[in-house]
Design a protein around this ligand. Structure first.
Ligand SMILES: Nc1ncnc2c1ncn2[C@@H]1O[C@H](COP(=O)(O)OP(=O)(O)OP(=O)(O)O)[C@@H](O)[C@H]1O
Ligand SMILES: [Mg+2]
Length: 240
C-alpha cells in the first residue's frame, strides 16, 4: 500500500512549521505536474464555514496539492476542539481508530502518485489510550521528515524525536530547520550541531517569512535527496 513516493512529516512540537513544510513539498510536486495529495489524518481544531467543518491545516494541504481529495479521506478525523487528539475525540464521544486511517490512506494512494502525510503535534502525541502518532507513522510505514522549530530547546527535542523515529524502525530521510523564534541566539550553531548529530540530510532552513506561503518556503528547500522524490533538480545549463 505505498504510492510511488510518500512521506510522513513530523516535528519537534506543535506549531513549528509542519504544515508549511508539507505544503512546500506538495507545491514543489504540483509545480512539476506530479499528482500529489496531502493528508492530515487527525486534525484537532475545526471551525464552521458555510455549514461545513474546516481545519486550517487540512485546507492548507488541499490548497497546495494537485490532487483534490474528498475531505473525509484527507482528514478521517476532523475534531472540533483544539486539544490533544485523544482529548478532543473523547469530547465528541469517539475513539480514533487507526484501522480507519489506514483504510483512508490506502484509498488516497490509489488516487495520487505522491502523498504527503502531516502528523499531529509532536511525534508522540496520543491518539487514543493505546496508540499515538508515532504508532500511526509506524503502521503507515513511511519515511519521515522532521521539521525542527528553531528556538531555544530545539536540540534536545530534535534528538529525542530522531531517537523515537529510529525506535519505531522508521527512517528519518531528511530534516528542515524552520525559524520560529526570530530572537533566537546562535541559530546557525544550533543547525550545525544537529547536522553533525542527525543521520539524515538537512533539506534546508526556512527563515521567518513575511507571509508563510508554500512557494516561499519551498524556495529555501531542496527535496531532491529524498528517496523516491520524483522531481529532479533543474539543470543549470540545459544547452550544454
Ligand atoms: N518560517 C515561517 N515564517 C513565517 N510564518 C511561519 C513560518 N513557519 C510557520 N509559520 C506560521 O506559524 C504557524 C505555525 O506553523 P504551522 O501551521 O506550519 O505549524 P504546525 O507544526 O503544522 O502546527 P500544528 O501542530 O498545529 O499542525 C502558522 O501560522 C504558520 O503560518
Ligand atoms: Mg500543522
Amino acid at each position: 500500500m505505498t504510492a510511488s513516493c510518500a512521506y510522513f512529516v513530523t516535528g519537534t512540537d506543535t506549531d513549528i512549521g509542519k504544515t508549511l513544510v508539507a505544503s512546500a513539498m506538495l507545491h514543489n510536486l504540483a509545480e512539476n505536474r506530479i499528482r500529489a495529495a496531502g493528508m492530515k489524518p487527525v486534525a484537532a481544531g475545526a471551525f464552521l464555514r458555510d455549514g461545513v467543518l474546516h481545519n486550517d491545516d487540512a485546507d492548507a494541504l488541499a490548497a497546495a496539492a494537485s490532487v483534490s481529495l474528498p475531505p473525509e479521506l484527507a482528514t478521517p478525523y476532523l475534531l472540533r476542539e483544539p486539544a490533544s487528539p485523544h482529548i478532543a475525540a473523547a469530547l465528541e464521544g469517539i475513539e480514533i481508530d487507526p484501522r480507519h486511517i489506514l483504510a483512508c490512506y490506502d484509498r488516497v494512494v490509489e488516487m495520487a502518485d505522491a502523498v504527503v502525510v502531516e502528523g499531529v503535534g509532536g511525534f508522540r502525541v496520543p491518539l487514543n489510550d493505546s496508540f499515538d502518532a508515532a504508532d500511526l507513522a509506524q503502521q503507515l510505514g513511511l519515511p519521515v521528515i522532521m521539521v525542527v522549530g528553531l528556538r531555544l530547546g530545539c536540540l534536545s527535542h530534535a534528538l529525542l524525536t530522531a531517537e523515537a523515529i529510529a525506535a519505531r524502525g522508521l527512517k528519518l530521510v531528511g530534516w528542515v530547520g524552520n525559524v520560529v523564534d526570530l530572537a533566537m541566539q546562535h541559530g546557525i550553531a544550533n543547525v550545525e550541531t544537529l547536522s553533525a548529530r542527525l543521520q539524515a540530510p538537512l533539506l534546508g532552513c526556512v527563515p521567518r517569512l513575511p507571509a508563510a506561503l508554500p512557494a516561499a518556503a519551498a524556495a529555501h528547500l531542496d527535496f531532491s535527496s529524498l528517496p523516491g522524490w520524483p522531481v529532479k533538480p533543474a539543470s543549470r545549463n540545459p544547452q550544454q
